[in-house]
Design a protein around this ligand. Structure first.
Ligand code: SF4
Length: 350
């Protein structure tokens, strides 16, 4: 993977819904009864089979992180930014979208307000520990301020939260000029069948298509966790999308782009067909391993430094815990409203 700081212009004037570009995502196949994988869940199983079980089978509730709430907002702003005429996509315009986008998110999902409230520092929590945690996870100074504001001072906390989102948008404008871009698709659901039975699917933040038909998959990373801990996961996610696009549109994406907003940095990766073929075989093997683990009810812990971000240490034998009884019926891989939002991404909520 190579780091870049400059972005070449991409097909100005290209029709948003494809034109000569890719087919709309509505051509994706219906979900069959067989196995299915999303990038996040597949990465969970690779990271730790027991974590996969806790999230996908037990559907244990997770406390969304402050970074995820902010990531949801920043993704929403970046999506709406491209609704504006190209010349109007300025930093000021993006900043002006922050508060209305937050209001809209709350309207669409009132539970988000509770989640936001829950990310406040709880009374009795050691402020030094909170600060150390913020430092360790690289959270922006403003967002730390948002968390530390007294719970009674909700207005100040909200203002600091919105300001922290704006500071991430500054990172975006440091590496891209959206006036020179016309994405073909945004927040696009893509899926395909692999091996005639495995459904793989996921949401692409942005898809750019050049005048020559080259595809560039763009994923915004807004989280504050150390990058080296998650970069392999992020690349896995992008290869996943590349495979779906290749299988559904017959084109291997030329560039897979990770856009790190906090660090104002771009990382590009160029896959090739052989690599995606190998990746496809890896996914099939992974799916077979998941099905075996379900059949045998055998999901083993696989400790790593990512345990530090795991919500379920208290149920994990590696940390002295005991997993709950295995559910009688294994639920489908979908969010369970009863258990709160299922995590679908590392740096934002579903
Ligand atoms: S604490 Fe670590 S080993 Fe245990 S379930 Fe979580 S990620 Fe897996």
């Amino acid at each position: 993977m190579t780091a870049q700081t400059a972005l070449p212009p991409v097909s100005p004037g290209l029709p948003r819904d494809g034109g000569d570009g890719p087919a709309p995502a509505s051509e994706a196949p219906e979900r069959p009864a067989g196995p299915s994988l999303s990038p996040s869940r597949a990465a969970d199983f690779k990271t730790c089979p027991l974590l996969f079980r806790f999230r996908t089978i037990d559907k244990l509730p997770e406390q969304p992180s402050a970074d995820q709430v902010r990531g949801t907002l920043v993704h929403a702003v970046l999506e709406r930014l491209f609704d504006l005429p190209a010349a109007e996509r300025t930093p000021e315009a993006a900043a002006a979208l922050v508060a209305p986008s937050w209001a809209r998110l709350l309207e669409e999902g009132p539970a988000l307000a509770e989640i936001f409230a829950a990310t406040a520092v709880r009374p009795g929590r050691d402020p030094a520990a909170v600060a150390a945690e913020a430092e360790a996870t690289g959270q922006a100074r403003l967002f730390t301020a948002a968390q530390d504001a007294p719970a009674s001072d909700e207005a100040a906390r909200l203002a600091a939260f919105l300001a922290s989102a704006s500071s991430l948008l500054d990172g975006y404008f440091a590496v891209e000029d959206p006036r020179r871009l016309e994405p073909a698709e945004r927040e696009s659901l893509v899926s395909t069948l692999v091996d005639d039975e495995l459904l793989i699917r996921g949401y692409i933040d942005r898809l750019d298509v050049s005048a020559g038909g080259d595809l560039r998959v763009v994923d915004y990373k807004t989280g504050g966790a150390p990058r080296e801990a998650f970069e392999g996961r992020a690349l896995f996610q992008l290869k996943f999308y590349a495979l779906v696009l290749w299988r559904t549109r017959g084109v291997v994406p030329k560039v897979l782009r990770l856009l790190y907003l906090k660090d104002a940095e771009i990382c590009d990766y160029s896959p090739d067909a052989e690599e995606l073929e190998r990746f496809e075989r890896t996914l099939v093997a992974l799916s077979q391993a998941v099905e075996r683990a379900k059949r045998d009810q055998d999901f083993r812990p696989k400790p790593s430094r990512l345990c530090g971000w795991c919500n379920h240490q208290r149920f994990c034998p590696e940390f002295g815990g005991t997993p709950p009884p295995f559910p009688a019926a294994v639920p489908a891989d979908s969010p369970s409203p009863a258990n709160g939002p299922a995590p679908v991404d590392d740096d934002r909520l579903a």
